[in-house]
Design a binder for this molecule. Structure first.
Ligand SMILES: [Ca+2]
Length: 170
């Protein structure tokens, strides 16, 4: 294989990986959107306002105030039981001009209490792609998992957005 071909193959692989398209042997993928009355999701938020807009996933999202700490929990429709160490990857749907948190932090529930959470990674929402973004993956010990969570970094003049989220165990 010529060097040029190798390089183009490698860069294609890195594009696939960074976009999150390469999730080999995915065991379980959960996608959850916001807590509209019609959605059936019993999500939780603290310090987040409900907004609507045409670029948002299903036309809605939550956003934190720039002067207040914001948190948002997406509850899964079914409890995930992966009682061993698993890699978990988080993807976030972000497409709104006011999602500007430079370090929105994502967590995964990994125990019976809602306070059992493990940090997975962060993303700069201000420079994120429009649409689905790969946030991070991490090896977690998942006993039972009922939700994913995002917390604002509380950096000055920034607002954390919470739209749809996708969590993949593999
Ligand atoms: Ca939404």
């Amino acid at each position: 294989m010529k060097l040029k071909k190798v390089i183009s193959t490698l860069s294609a692989m890195s594009v696939l990986f960074s976009s999150g398209a390469m999730i080999a042997n995915a065991l379980n993928t959960v996608e959850v959107d916001n807590d509209t009355i019609a959605s059936g999701y019993s999500n939780y938020n603290s310090g987040c306002t409900y907004i609507t807009g045409s670029t948002l996933y299903n036309g809605d999202a939550r956003i934190s105030s720039s002067s207040e700490h914001g948190e948002y929990r997406w509850y899964f429709p079914n409890q995930i039981n992966e009682v061993c160490t698993k890699d978990v990857a988080i993807f976030a749907y972000l497409d709104h001009g006011e999602f500007t948190d430079p370090e929105a932090k994502y967590y995964i529930n990994d125990g019976p209490s809602k306070y059992n959470v493990e940090y997975v990674g962060s993303i700069n929402q201000n420079t994120a792609l429009r649409g689905w973004n790969y946030v991070a993956k991490n090896a977690t010990f998942t006993g039972v998992s009922l939700h994913a969570e995002v917390r604002s970094s509380d950096k000055e003049d920034s607002r954390m957005g919470a739209d749809a989220i996708r969590v993949t165990y593999y």
